[in-house]
Design a protein. Structure first.
Lengths: 308, 507
């Protein structure tokens, strides 16, 4: 497990070659997950709040945290069949949680609130003007959507359904970060993506609410939230796939079925990160490292499976 | 995990390290007018592609031998020709006659690095993997660890993929030769070694062990019958391989003589630059070059070289064994390195690769030697700007060896193969109890010293009075180490009698 996490190919090339600081952030996330698994809920919540204020991409998994903490911590006991016991709601605990979140937010956003710059900060953090897809399309649902739109445009032009003068050239694939209008299919608004994301995380969230089976189900919900937000979010970076891959590593060493899913996700996820390194000298490195990681993960997970 | 997946991971790791090193600087980067080895290789591509064969080794108006003239045997020339052919398909400017001198660009660097990478991948790496898989009486884990440590040996990686040379081709061919001989495929082995020899004439360092081992085998089979047949077949194979390689040059005796003159530049003197060689180290105390005439220098170096390797060669001819053969490769090459004429510091690779072959038998000494050999090339590496690569690969290699072979526990006399020797000495010396500890401490001392000197060479400026202080210290210390290793390896070979091998089998 240590090798799979430390030498994760995606993390390696994103952090150390492309250059970002995701490593220590994922460390924080794993730490908070560990704390939750150890049932030290407050520390886990604190770590996650800090994490959120480092990079707001962790909002993708915030619902999982919220529901889990609410369900397993604020309701101190469950009924025999695992459903919610409304009576055991603890006001103290929810107050504590709220206090932690507010404290951390105050620490981080405090100066800006005092200076009255909060709206500006929020608009920088959530740049809805940047368009549905990033310059390099993240492999999510909207990429497929745009591709279909492009295909339909071509077909339309060929059969003269559409007026060529009204269509801007190379609108979505141009590599620029702007807002675009789809030509054939209806355009997508930020609200639409939010609704899609919300609908897609509902099943996992419901499971977590009604039948929590401890930290395991929390991890599963975490991964699902991350993946759903990746698929349907507004302006997703392809690096966000790491948010789903790394927690899944934790699950993959426990159950064979999870290992299978993990292998598929990792291989495709890492492959989708290839365009990040585009110069020719880096080409053999990314191929070699990818092969190295894939061969290692396949063979080690397989041997783990045969042992157990 | 299964063997194939472990081996695949090892190979991928080795390839990644090689390519990452090759992203760094090369010899002579941005240093007109002569640049360095990188420019030499590019120039050979230019010469071999644009000029007819009869002009390759001659000084003509188109081919100025003073500017990196060809000084390796024909196979190198053919290899350069092949690379030039590919280069022409990509960008003819790279090898245009005269105008491409000193050509440097990102894409060209990528091309040159790729040629080294491909050569390594095709010749050297398969030989190492097959060798490790063919090791007898070793577990899978040991086989994979050996492969990992051999492939991570920093010296070869840094010289080939950093400084820029094609040593992996000639060393790879020699390794194929050893591999074939270990399967008793003597003819194939000799052909492979001839190819190695025709790629770089420095492989002559290995020629004596090959010769003595095969000769010993012929003697063992009886010179009247099978032995004589084998001898004739081997001689035939050697002659044919040489003929095939030298075919284009056999039209004219003058051609052959000129090539030989380029291969063995006798008038270049006893040594150049700072080498971890006896003559260079001695010249710190006595200026040998001024004391003895060039002719005497030549004779002296030949005499000392041959004297030092005579015992091993005789033993190998009389008692040919595969183990003795491998050890003889080490000691003969080391003798040549220490005492021969016009030795370059890169020639230590010819000793290191045979040492890699015995890494699973004597891991402690092998690791020590390989570390010293990389250290001895430090001045060269610093000149090329490969400090980071040097530090990282050396540390990686050391950790790999320590983890794979638990070398610190294998320092007893028995593990160092010194049992027979100590038995004969028992009468005279009786302090062998703390031997493992002494050896371990010596190793730690040596490594610390090398580390300190590396840091000092990289970080500090030498004092005005002794501008060459650091390179000279590095070579002298390495030379001392090498002398000690020479004695050690000779002792092992000479005392390795049949008795000790029988003892091993019984216990």
């Amino acid at each position: 497990l240590a090798v799979l996490l430390l030498w994760n190919f995606g993390l390696l090339i994103v952090d150390h070659i492309h250059f970002q600081y995701n490593g220590f952030l994922f460390g924080l996330m794993l730490l908070s997950v560990a704390r939750l698994c150890q049932r030290r809920y407050l520390e886990g919540a604190l770590l996650f709040a800090v994490l959120l204020h480092f990079k707001h991409i962790y909002l993708y998994v915030a619902p999982a945290y919220g529901i889990y903490l609410l369900r397993s911590y604020c309701f101190t006991a469950s009924n025999a069949d695992g459903s919610v016991k409304w009576r055991s709601f603890s006001f103290l605990r929810i107050t504590l949680l709220g206090l932690i979140v507010c404290l951390v937010s105050a620490l981080s956003l405090g100066p800006f609130i005092v200076l009255g710059q909060l709206p500006q900060v929020i608009s920088r953090l959530f740049p809805f003007k940047r368009g549905l897809c990033h310059a390099y399309w993240a492999p999510n649902f909207w990429a497929l959507y745009s591709a279909v739109d492009k295909a339909l445009t071509v077909v339309g032009l060929k059969y003269n359904f559409l007026d060529p003068t009204k269509i801007p050239k190379a609108s979505m694939t141009g590599g620029l970060v702007q807002e675009f209008q789809h030509t054939v299919l209806p355009s997508v608004t930020p609200l639409a993506t939010l609704i899609c994301t919300f609908i897609s995380i509902l099943p996992s969230v419901f499971c977590l609410w009604f039948k929590p089976q401890g930290p395991r189900s929390f991890l599963q919900c975490l991964v699902l939230c991350a993946l759903s937000s990746f698929m349907f979010g507004w302006h997703v970076h392809e690096k966000a796939i790491l948010l789903a891959i790394l927690p899944l590593s934790l699950l993959s060493v426990q159950r064979a079925k999870d290992a299978g899913i993990y292998l598929i996700l990792t291989t495709t996820g890492h492959f989708s990160l290839f365009p990040l390194l585009f110069t020719a000298p880096e080409l053999p490195i990314k191929i070699l490292l990818m092969l190295l990681f894939s061969v290692y993960s396949f063979s080690s997970l397989k041997s783990l499976e045969t042992v157990s | 995990m299964e063997k194939w997946s472990l081996m695949t991971i090892t190979v991928l790791l080795a390839l990644t390290v090689r390519w990452t090193v090759s992203l760094g600087s090369y010899s002579g980067a941005g240093k007109p007018p002569m640049y360095g080895d990188y420019e030499a290789q590019r120039h050979w591509q230019e010469v071999t592609y644009n000029l007819p064969i009869r002009q390759w080794y001659f000084n003509t108006s188109d081919n100025n031998l003073l500017y990196w003239g060809l000084d390796y045997p024909p196979l190198t020339a053919y290899h350069s020709f092949l690379c030039a052919y590919v280069a022409k398909l990509i960008n003819p400017d790279w090898i245009a006659l005269h105008t491409s001198r000193g050509y440097e660009s990102q894409s060209h660097k990528l091309f040159m690095r790729t040629t080294v990478f491909v050569a390594d991948l095709l010749i050297y790496i398969p030989a190492v993997i097959l060798y490790c898989c063919s090791l007898k009486e070793t577990s899978t884990k040991k086989k994979v660890s050996s492969a990992l440590c051999i492939l991570l040996y920093p010296g070869l990686i840094l010289v080939d993929h950093g400084h820029f040379q094609y040593n992996s081709v000639s060393l790879g061919f020699a390794l194929w030769g050893v591999l074939c001989l270990s399967y008793d495929w003597d003819l194939l082995g000799s052909v492979a070694f001839c190819l190695a020899l025709n790629y770089k004439q420095m492989e002559l360092y290995h020629s004596l062990p090959f010769f003595c081992y095969l000769l010993g085998k012929c003697f063992k089979k009886g010179l009247k019958g099978k032995g004589l047949l084998l001898l004739i077949k081997l001689a035939g194979a050697v002659v044919v391989s040489f003929a095939v390689c030298w075919l284009p040059f056999c039209t004219d005796v003058e051609q052959i003589m000129q090539v030989l003159r380029r291969l063995f530049p006798i008038d270049r003197g006893l040594f150049e630059d700072k080498v971890a060689n006896i003559w260079c180290s001695l010249s710190v105390l006595i200026k040998i070059k001024n004391v003895i005439s060039p002719q005497t220098q030549l004779k002296l170096s030949f005499a000392v070289t041959f004297l030092s390797l005579l015992p091993t060669c005789i033993k190998l001819t009389v008692q040919p064994s595969l183990r003795g053969f491998k050890l003889a490769l080490v000691s003969c090459a080391l003798s040549f390195f220490l005492f021969s004429f016009q030795v370059h510091e890169k020639s230590i690779l010819l000793v290191s690769v045979p040492v890699c072959l015995i890494i699973n038998e004597i891991p402690f000494m092998a690791t020590w030697f390989l570390l010293v050999s990389t250290f001895s090339m430090l001045p060269l590496l610093l000149k090329d700007g490969l400090l980071l690569a040097y530090a990282v690969t050396t540390l990686a290699f050391l950790s790999a060896c320590v983890a794979s072979f638990a070398i610190f526990e294998k320092t007893s006399a028995k593990d160092l193969q010194l049992k027979p020797f100590s038995l004969s000495l028992r009468g005279y010396v009786s302090w062998f109890k703390p031997f493992p500890k002494i050896v371990k401490n010596l190793f730690l001392l040596s490594v610390t010293l090398m580390g300190i000197l590396s840091v000092m060479s990289a970080a500090m400026h030498p004092p005005q009075r002794f501008p060459d202080l650091f390179p000279v210290s590095v070579s002298s210390i390495s030379c001392l180490h090498f002398l000690f290793f020479l004695v050690y390896f000779n002792v092992i070979i000479l005392w390795d009698s049949k008795n000790s091998r029988n003892q091993k089998k019984v216990s």
